[in-house]
Design a protein around this ligand. Structure first.
Ligand SMILES: *Cc1c(COP(=O)(O)O)cnc(C)c1O
Length: 463
């Protein structure tokens, strides 16, 4: 055995203790750490030259800590409000450490319980959100991959409508399959590109006035013009800017008259259903053909974990089956993940989800959702109370979109920059109705009203 491998094998405990200490100092420092790092303009210092003999794990850990740890963001902390960024609950974090320790390849090989635990995690999350027990689900790396699986299933379904097994024979020569959507997330376009359906398949439909939700009358119009040919509808359950929801029940009702696959992107907003009074936002989702939900956002499971649920397991096996002399044949079982996921070898990423759902249960996640929505309402009121600011949209759930009352774009960009340097909070810039805004997306399990006060004080100080 090479010198350093042998050395590190005999000092494994010390190495893990060191990693534990590094993790502890990062976690305890989170409330003080700048929410977003400011990177050196000249790029990272230090060489990326492969050493001949290596330096051993202890020195490599030290090198990272010394040279780069300060350049990490505080994104698992309570005031990182950029994009849609969750943290990691204690149970999920502990489980994630163990995932790398156990290092299971999560397949139904009969040599590990990992796939059965993934199956349990899929069921537990379905129970939390009130989704149909018949749906099957699979853990993938993120909502982009979940949307990709959804589009691949839609493609297979539409192919059958044309008498074609697309998984076997490809899409070549088929008419383009239109994708009707209102505020589809950009990852849907990527998914369509990967699935061979093409980004240009998307037909963006009008939104309701002042909303990010699709105008269902316009959808019906588009569907009726398309006639009998198959199409795909991608509905949003939680848009990124304002957490707006398409009217899923009205969209699903159109399935009785028109021939389309209904994919719901509930990556972010789907988690609102953990709080029962909010479930009405998603009435009709039970009629979807495929649904995306992220675990590494509002569920506060570490990267990378999202799920795709579907009512069409056989189609999924047609698309993702993987034959070989040494791998089991595809059988229609919900935990036969080798034949259900884009990946073959798969991380045991379901364990943190399983652990967190078990640790905090229905009550824990409902409390988190309601606390975040209350924090957003509270911050919205603070912002409205200061004449220098203006809300750019009503606060629907856990996101606050605002801008400067004087509509000075340069000043808004400067405010964003100085807030990033200040470090109290990180917000991400976005565009709403063609105007630049700042977004505060509250998704971290640590965040409380006190963080809203700190953030608002920083905004006032820096404006
Ligand atoms: C974040 C997000 C995605 C993409 O998710 P990743 O996990 O980053 O791949 C897709 N759809 C919506 C609505 C999102 O919020």
């Amino acid at each position: 055995m090479q010198h350093w491998l042998a050395h590190d094998l005999s000092s494994l405990d010390a190495i893990l203790d060191r990693a534990h200490a590094m993790a502890g100092s990062y976690l305890h420092g989170l409330p003080q750490r700048a929410a977003a790092a400011t990177l050196p303009a000249a790029g990272l210092s230090g060489s990326a030259e492969l050493p001949e003999q290596g330096i051993g794990a202890a020195a490599a850990l030290k090198r990272f800590e010394h040279d780069y740890e300060a350049l990490l963001s505080g994104s698992p902390g309570p005031r990182y409000f950029g994009f849609v960024t969750g943290g990691a609950t204690p149970a999920a974090l502990a489980a994630d450490w163990l995932v790398s320790t156990y290092d299971q390849n999560t397949q139904r090989n009969g040599d590990t319980c990992a796939a059965a635990i993934e199956q349990q995690a899929v069921d537990l999350l379905g129970q939390l959100l009130g989704w149909p027990a018949e749906w099957t689900g699979v853990c993938v790396t993120g909502a982009t991959m979940a949307n990709y699986v959804g589009m691949a299933l839609a493609r297979q379904w539409a192919g059958h409508a044309y008498g074609r097994d697309v998984a076997a024979d490809g899409v070549m020569g088929l008419p383009q399959i239109p994708v009707f959507a209102g505020s589809a997330h950009s990852s849907t376009l990527k998914a369509l590109s990967m699935a061979g359906l093409g980004r240009s398949a998307v037909q963006s439909l009008p939104l309701l006035p002042g909303r990010e939700a699709l105008d269902v009358a316009a959808l019906e119009d588009a569907l009726s013009k398309h006639g009998d040919a198959p199409s795909i509808v991608v509905a949003s359950a939680g848009t990124v800017n304002t957490v707006d929801f398409d009217d899923l029940a009205a969209i699903a009702a159109l399935k009785q008259r028109y021939r389309f696959w209904l994919h719901v992107d509930a990556a972010f907003g789907g988690i609102a259903a953990a709080s029962e009074p909010r479930r009405a936002l998603m009435t009709g989702i039970e009629l979807a053909d495929s649904v995306t939900v992220d675990a590494h956002k509002w569920l506060n499971v570490p990267y990378d974990c999202a799920l795709l649920y579907t009512a069409h397991l056989p189609l999924q096996i047609e698309v993702f089956q993987n034959h070989s002399a040494y791998l089991s044949a595809p059988v229609a079982l919900a935990d036969n993940f080798l034949h259900l996921a884009p990946e073959n070898s798969r991380r045991f990423r379901a364990l943190p989800l399983w652990m967190s759902l078990l640790a905090y249960g229905r009550e824990g996640y409902a409390e988190l959702v309601e606390r975040h929505c209350a924090a957003a309402q509270y911050l919205g009121r603070l912002i409205e109370s200061d004449p220098r600011f203006r809300l750019a949209a009503p606060v629907r759930l856990n996101v606050v979109c605002f801008t400067l009352a004087n509509a000075d774009k340069a000043a808004l960009a400067r405010l964003h920059q100085s807030l990033q340097h200040d470090g109290t909070a990180y917000l991400s810039p976005s565009m709403l109705n063609g105007q630049p805004i700042l977004r505060v997306a509250i998704c971290n399990w640590r965040t409380t009203l006190a963080d809203m006060d700190l953030t608002f004080a920083a905004l006032q100080r820096l404006s």
